[in-house]
Design a protein around this ligand. Structure first.
Ligand SMILES: [Zn+2]
Length: 304
């Protein structure tokens, strides 16, 4: 794996709030898709900011490790099997190819990428009891990539167990683990939030995908992939010998060597949250992202 390019750090946030349920997606959501025309694709690729290539695992494979401490609310064997199911959900899409290798358990928490001690790195899934991010964030995927090529070489999923009670059952569902990790694994693979503003999907189609921004407590719809998510796998990760697909080829000028990007995710209301509908949540999330990016740009300028 080449490490001689510029690198970026891409952080994806998963928020919670109280918006309406994602419904089962209609197959009409993928009508009129031309596989040769990215502007018609019903999914969104993450990309090297601001206008670089899309993020992708070129070899169509990645390993993952589960942190051995597991969950404090779900029996370990059930929590681990649920996470493995989330990976299988993406790797078993028909007419697509991506292999996840279960690399066992990790005993240390290394989120992000340790460039000095590369052997310390693993693609980690960890329940974090000591959450250092905003309480609204339920899950967070940190992806490290080559900013010249968009090649992902590390992705870590953190689950906020300080503020949320994860469940893995069909009864008394709170924050459904499979619903959450299936969405986060989409980010791990290089997918961004499906957004009716950046795709040709209607709001109903965009909001019913697994990569939709919005969710609600008790949601289970994201346990399985919608037609639009499956099409993303087929186009970006087609079976060999076809190489990976690209939403964005990128420009000749790579972005700064280090960037952090925040994105809003499924958004449901916590008690007392004022979010009352989906658009409010989206505006709120976009606002947060914008402010954060502005701060990062100011820091970059200050250091220049
Ligand atoms: Zn998300």
């Amino acid at each position: 794996m080449k490490k001689n390019g510029l690198y970026g750090l891409f952080i994806v946030f998963l928020f919670v709030s109280s918006v309406q349920a994602a419904s089962t997606q209609s197959s009409s959501c993928i009508d009129n898709v031309d596989v040769k025309d990215p502007t018609t694709w019903p999914f969104v690729c993450s990309r090297v900011p601001p206008r670089g290539p899309s993020l992708v695992w070129p070899q169509k494979k990645a390993s993952f490790k589960l942190h051995q401490s597991g969950s404090s609310t779900i029996a370990s064997n059930i929590a681990f099997d649920t996470i493995r199911t989330g990976f299988k959900t993406w790797s078993q899409v028909s007419n697509a190819q991506f292999s996840f290798v279960d690399a066992g358990f990790a005993d240390r928490i290394q989120v992000g990428y340790d460039f000095l001690n590369e052997s310390n790195n693993a693609n980690l899934v960890v329940f974090q009891k000591k959450w250092i991010h905003e309480s609204e964030v339920v899950g967070l995927t940190t992806t490290t990539f080559n900013a010249d090529t968009g090649e992902i070489f590390d992705a870590d999923i953190e689950l906020n167990e300080r503020d949320y009670v994860f469940t893995a059952s069909n009864e008394h569902i709170q924050t459904d683990l499979l619903n959450t990790v299936t969405h986060e694994i989409g980010h791990f693979l290089g997918f961004d939030h499906t957004d009716e503003k950046t795709t040709r999907l209607s709001l109903a189609c965009a909001s019913s995908s697994t990569m939709a921004k919005s969710t609600y407590s008790g949601e289970t719809a994201k346990r399985s992939l919608a037609f639009s998510d499956q099409m993303g796998m087929r186009i970006i990760y087609p079976p060999d010998p076809t190489p990976v697909g690209r939403c964005y080829i990128g420009t000749a000028n790579p972005s700064p060597s280090f960037e952090i990007k925040q994105q809003g995710g499924p958004y449901v209301s916590k008690p007392g949250c004022q979010a009352t509908n989906q658009s409010f949540g989206m505006i709120d999330i976009l606002g947060l992202s914008f402010v954060f990016l502005l701060r990062q740009l100011k820091k970059l300028n200050a250091n220049a």
